[in-house]
Design a protein around this ligand. Structure first.
Ligand SMILES: NC(=O)c1ccc[n+]([C@@H]2O[C@H](COP(=O)([O-])OP(=O)(O)OC[C@H]3O[C@@H](n4cnc5c(N)ncnc54)[C@H](O)[C@@H]3O)[C@@H](O)[C@H]2O)c1
Length: 418
């Protein structure tokens, strides 16, 4: 996956005074604004997108201290994280770890990491560090994150943080008791295009919001079987992006219903041959956000996609939001957005704005978390939000299995202070 975008208008320039009679989010209760932080961070990080792989990621002067960091899981996505971490002035990658030791050694050599370990206990007993980045199989996250918190480490986890809402909430309580931080991917709410959409909605220009639709899919990974096994599935791997974006834009979900299916029961996986698919590879979810607002997410591992895992070729509106007086469409995927198009009665032809990537990269979350640890600045992405999305996913499975609509228990602070 690669982020690509184009230069464009300042996202904040079109926000107008909200008219009355809308079901827009109320930002007035937000205790503080993180917008300055997000913007400054993303703008300085823009060096990466502009300068390419060898360019600066953050402004050199913004480095009070480096967080001693370890990465566990040296598979596919580590090739996306490690280059960003190596150029982040808030990070010193001291160790890498993988239960396939040759992978840890290879990444240590490729990225100049001094230590590599074959399992988490050896990692914890080895070179000291304070921040663990968990890039293991989806099913391993909960146990790895728990062990790291027990050992007093801050944690960034790829999705999901845990296998259930209850287990994730337990991890978060554990972190808080020890004054540790826990975060989970994805970070679609950190993009300038997300901020543009959130401000457009908050402005009231779209009128009363009624409906939203989001989609993301491809033909499915072929490098590891865990994506198709219990604890995997296309919901926590793919739908998680749209669910994070839509709840971030429209608010927490009150109840969920869904239909899930398996379209391709057998998959060919590298080094394993043919495996049996046991988790959904095709999903349709309906989400009730309250205030009359209903959204729909469709996602799966059976979508013809000529762009594969490179989002830069996707030009459709993968998120569409409709209100009584306006329409918003996100151009490209929410993890690699390219702009936002909108229309209102005054401006019925689609207008494209927010085309500047602003330095946003989907694989940048752990580096932003390290910046938080080093400076005290906060992310828009919160563990409560990640856990709410996890509850939507488990509720969707229950809904599909029973044919019922499932009420949700969790929530998160919303609207986000973009
Ligand atoms: N590959 C991508 O493009 C991508 C993009 C975004 C997010 N993700 C997420 O990243 C995570 C990893 O995906 P991936 O594609 O890199 O998978 P992968 O199979 O390529 O890599 C996972 C690695 O973790 C190691 N591992 C598993 N359990 C471990 C443990 N207990 N201790 C140490 N190492 C362990 C495996 O040996 C493997 O090398 C998943 O949650 C996935 O959803 C992947």
């Amino acid at each position: 996956m690669q982020d690509r975008g184009r230069k464009g208008t300042d996202p904040s320039s079109r926000v107008k005074t909200p008219p009355p009679e809308t079901n827009r989010p109320d930002h007035s209760g937000a205790p503080f604004s993180r917008r300055g932080f997000a913007k400054a961070t993303l703008l300085t990080a823009g060096g990466l997108a502009v300068a390419g792989a060898s360019g600066p990621l953050w402004a050199a002067e913004a480095a009070p201290r480096r967080i001693r960091t370890a990465v566990i899981g040296c598979g596919s996505v580590s090739n996306q994280y490690l280059p960003v971490l190596k150029r982040c002035p808030f990070v010193e990658v001291v160790s890498v770890c993988d239960i396939r030791p040759e992978r840890a050694r290879k990444q240590a050599e490729a990225y100049g990491v001094p230590n590599d370990y074959p399992h988490i206990e050896a990692l914890l007993a080895g070179a000291p560090f304070e921040f663990l980045i968990d890039l293991t199989d989806m099913q391993a996250h909960e146990a790895v994150n728990r062990r790291a918190l027990q050992a007093g480490k801050h944690v960034w986890s790829e999705k999901p943080i845990a296998n259930s809402l209850a287990a994730g909430q337990d991890l978060l309580r554990m972190a808080r008791r020890q004054k540790l931080r826990l975060w989970g991917a994805p970070i679609t709410v950190q993009s300038p295009q997300f901020a543009f959409m959130a401000r457009k909605i908050a402005s009231g220009e779209l009128g009363r919001l009624a409906a939203a639709h989001a989609f993301y899919g491809h033909e499915g990974p072929d490098w590891s079987s865990f994506f198709y096994e219990k604890g995997g599935g296309s919901l926590p791997d793919l739908a998680v992006y749209n669910l994070t974006s839509l709840t971030g834009l429209l608010g927490p979900v009150r109840r969920v219903t869904a239909m899930l299916s398996i379209v391709t029961p057998d998959r060919a996986i590298h080094e394993k041959g043919t495996i049996r698919v046991t988790e959904e590879d095709n999903a349709m979810l309906l989400l009730d956000h309250g205030r009359g607002l209903i959204s729909h997410v469709q996602s799966g591992f059976n979508y013809f996609n000529p762009h594969g895992h490179d989002g830069s070729g996707e030009k459709r509106h993968t998120i569409q939001i409709t209100g009584t007086r306006g329409y918003l469409g996100l151009v490209g995927y929410d993890w690699a957005p390219q702009g936002v198009e909108w229309a209102t009665p005054d401006q019925p032809a689609l207008v494209r704005e927010s085309t500047d990537p602003g330095g946003y990269l989907w694989q940048q979350g752990a580096a932003l978390a390290a910046e938080c640890l080093a400076t005290g600045k906060e992310l828009l992405a919160t563990p409560e939000h990640a856990l709410h999305v996890l509850e939507i996913i488990t509720a969707a499975r229950a809904a599909s299995a029973t044919g019922r609509t499932i009420p949700l228990k969790s929530t998160f602070a919303w609207p986000l202070p973009v």
